[in-house]
Design a protein around this ligand. Sequence first.
Ligand code: SF4
Length: 353
Amino acid sequence: MGHHLELVGRTAAEIAALVAPHVDRPFRARQVAGWIAERNAAGFAEMTDLPLALRADLAERFTITEPATLQVVPSLDGSMKYLLGLADGVAVECVAMREGAKATFCLSSQAGCAVGCTFCVTGALGAGRNLRPAEIVGQYRRLLRDLEPDVERVNLVFMGMGEPLLNTANLGPALAALMERVSPKRVTVSTAGILPGIRWLAGLERRPKLAISLNAPDQERRQQIMPITRRYPLADLMAAVRAFPLERGRRITFEYVLIRGFNDAAADAAAIARLIRGIPAKVNVIPLNEDAEHFPGLRRPEAEAVDLFAVTLRDAGLTVTVRWSRGADVAAACGQLRGRAGGFAPASTQSGR
Ligand code: SF4
């Protein structure tokens, strides 16, 4: 296995180029690429229009990595949380959220996270390893295979486990492969504000959308709940966001986890509005998912406080969504992804993205 070349996580053209020297006729390379990059084939055995001997030969040279599905947990609201096992025994989570024929897949970029946001279970578990392109794209393949043909349109959000912009070496190839299938305008990369990563993203020719996990209106409080922001100060972050090239009609998303008594005052909402004034933006307000085990001191605000916060932002002219996290009953909500099995545990947490 190990020395075989991996074919998942590459573009169709890359797959065809790798396979070309090993097929009898030129069109076979495109066939193989189509099977993997368009039809989600999980192995050469599925490629029934290829000669048996060729399939056997290709299987000797190449790998089509498939994560093992360790657990699928449906949530009451219709979202599905998947626990996937990787080759080295590491487990990652991803979530499919359905709305009729539309689905949003929340993908992980790392197994664990070193960023350490205090309101996030993944962060509480600490750093894991970077996922490789095949392991990132593998999540998409797994979810799509299970949901087709009911789902016609897919959005991808990198809001699962990990900080995607601390894994740009693998995220880049994964995005290239994914954006062959999902338009860049339906792909969102969410970051805690890793400045070199934002600049990298800004320089991509085909750019996904950018979401910033903001969570506080000032550097001091942001640093308290997002330790990594010491290295990437808010002022620099906002400058990088303002410089981020936006295609017509696109907006920057700001995620804001509301924590009772910490960042949920109407004055904080007004400060947020000032901070992002002039940026084509929408704000996702996410009332904290409490977790007595990992951050017992943090509470979700009362509904009235959430409403007042949202109204204050709207009055300032901002587009606001309040996201009572989906999948909270199975710990599939943002910041609850921990890469381990767990059934219908009561809502445990929530996070910043
Ligand atoms: S919210 Fe995101 S960046 Fe922060 S610790 Fe959790 S996974 Fe990492």
